[in-house]
Design a protein around this ligand. Structure first.
Ligand code: AMP
Length: 282
């Protein structure tokens, strides 16, 4: 396994793989890896000849006051985990190489980014799209792997691949949860024991939303209100958003119908957690 941070070196390694007709699978991450990331890596291993994982905490997708400086970093453990999975190449660039002093070109998605996390984290998806275009141009992947945990991001990445004519096949994999059903996230490491218990309200709220819909409730405001009541009972929880949207285009709905997304972002003390579920409603 090669670990490299130099962009020129990575490009030359991948050029050789491309010339040898190897199918390049790529999993972008911000590191501090858990089983959710590893599920993407395992799928990449099974579907490609040469697997690249990037570990890069992307400064430009964090707004001011967010946790960029404190974002958990476990590079040694990450490297060992990826070695066990049989990853071929780890790319961990320096921010100053990705964003040199004269960096002034950004990539904006202007529709799907307007809602949910895009509304509450100004500039977030601009940062995500920009770094992905850079990573795609450096690595030239044939296949890329993303998680449903970040549903809105996955939808935006699909749009980016289509709109910018990348010949990349995107795989989109289910959210991996801990035993207590909390969606795995690098940020879960911030949680103290009592906060971890409180954070279970996130999945409880999603389960309630699903149950209400199964029982025939169709009014979005009723479902959202009842979900909110689950969250506000927890002392450390603060809702950023709970929304039910059309899962294809992220447009608002009054009545649940078709493929719908229930998505929420909640602060547990200072830790911002997101989760979602997608349901096909007849
Ligand atoms: P991150 O390191 O948080 O930027 O995530 C890198 C990739 O891992 C993204 O495609 C995420 O959607 C995916 N991911 C993060 N958490 C999970 C999870 N619990 N289950 C599945 N995929 C995940």
């Amino acid at each position: 396994m090669i670990v490299a941070n130099n962009i020129k070196k990575i490009k030359s390694i991948l050029k050789i793989q491309k010339t040898a007709n190897q199918v390049i699978g790529f999993v972008p991450t911000m590191g501090s890896l858990h089983k959710g990331h590893l599920s993407l890596v395992k799928m990449a291993k099974s579907k490609s000849d040469f697997v690249v994982v990037s570990i890069f905490v992307n400064p430009i997708q964090f707004s001011q006051g967010e946790d960029y400086q404190n974002y958990p970093k476990n590079i040694k453990t990450d490297i060992n985990l990826l070695k066990e999975e049989g990853v071929d190449l780890i790319f961990c660039p320096h921010p100053r190489d990705m964003y040199p002093i004269d960096f002034s070109v950004f990539v904006d998605e202007t529709e799907l980014s307007e809602v949910l996390c895009g509304k509450s984290r100004s500039g977030h998806f601009r940062g995500v799209c920009t770094v992905l275009v850079k990573l795609f141009n450096i690595i030239l992947p044939d296949k890329v792997y993303f998680g449903q945990k970040d549903y809105q991001q996955a939808l935006i990445v699909k749009r980016l691949i289509d709109n910018l004519n990348y010949d990349i096949r995107m795989y989109y994999l289910p959210t991996i949860r801990d035993k207590d059903k909390l969606a795995m996230s690098s940020r879960n490491r911030y949680l103290k024991d009592n906060e971890r218990l409180d954070s279970l309200c996130i999945n409880e709220a999603l389960s309630l939303g699903r149950k209400l819909i199964q029982q025939g409730e169709t009014r979005v405001f009723v479902i959202v209100d009842k979900m909110k009541n689950v969250i506000i009972k927890k002392r450390t929880a603060k809702i950023v958003y709970i929304e039910i949207l059309d899962a294809i285009n992220l447009k608002n709905l009054k009545i649940v119908k078709g493929k719908i997304l229930i998505a929420l972002a909640v602060y547990i003390n200072g830790t911002r957690l997101i989760d979602n579920t997608v349901i096909n409603v007849k």
